[in-house]
Design a protein around this ligand. Sequence first.
Ligand SMILES: *Cc1c(COP(=O)(O)O)cnc(C)c1O
Length: 367
Amino acid sequence: MSTPHRPYNFSAGPAVLPEEVLRQAAEEMLDWHGSGMSVMEMSHRGKEFISIYEDAERTVRALLQVPSNFRILFMQGGGLGENAIVPMNLSRGGLVDVVVTGSWSQKSLKEAGKYADARAAASNEADGHHSLPAAAGWQLREGAAYLHICSNETIHGVEYPELPDLAALGSTAPLVMDASSHILSRPIDWSRVGALFAGAQKNIGPAGVTLVFVREDLLDRALPICPSAFNYKLVAENQSMFNTPPTYGIYIAGLVFQWIARQGGVPEMERRAIERATLVYNALDHSGGFYRNPVAPAARSRMNIPFFLADESLNDAFLAGAREAGLLQLKGHKSVGGMRASLYNAMPLAGAQALVDYLQDFARRHG
Ligand SMILES: *Cc1c(COP(=O)(O)O)cnc(C)c1O
């Protein structure tokens, strides 16, 4: 007998969470661990919440093998907030280089320009954001305060297979990464990173928490205009409690971190990500042209797979049939159209398989 399951949710974010985590949160909703309170009702300075916070920090540090000279901050403001918070903290009003590989890094470049002299070091705009510009050709300015990349472009489906080694490119600039949509799906080579941020609502938990990892030597560079609540040094000195942190989101994030650890950690998340993505890309590539993913194979994201039907007049029928088959939120981002399947950590392999079955069935019926 098969157990009934919830529909598979392919949303790009806010996105699917592990069912186990949702059930645990439901069980603990009215009374967390005998405290008589919901986590939402607790003081952020009480011993209960402090233990939740410390556990979340410790678990994510262990999962990602974050070195001790990095501070982990639980902030608010989201990925787009960080587009301003990063230059306010790290640019010193100087030069900021950005590698443009899609919508998100494009937005980062534009926002950084409010606080610094921001310029594109490279761009894949000419090919529709479908490849990665080779690092050897990046125009890195001497004395740049940092170089920004978006390591997984959620809308265009472009992911760096490995992090650039700026030192090998002759640059001393720290690398800043927006890893919002693939954090915890692959290991991070921290020797190449200065700062990394990730909004929670893709691979971590509910919207409202933003994880920031900052190398300690970069903590004290904020512009005077930087709001205190967004000043990395102040936030670090106050264990993310300079002001009230998003407590419930941190709690759920902590449950997700524990869930990842129970599954086998980041290596297992990566193995599953490769397995899911390979299934879906194979189905798209072997559809006889019925479906198409436009991204260069070497730059394809394991998390976000945009695809198009050759006959776009079938789009509505495709989405309606998908919903009926229990496959939710496959509509592409409005800026690119078509479809998008996001396959985050919490997506079971069976969900990717159900999508592939639907893709093949729909193509058979309409091909
Ligand atoms: C979703 C996303 C963002 C935006 O995050 P907000 O929380 O909406 O500000 C930024 N960068 C990337 C790569 C994203 O996927």
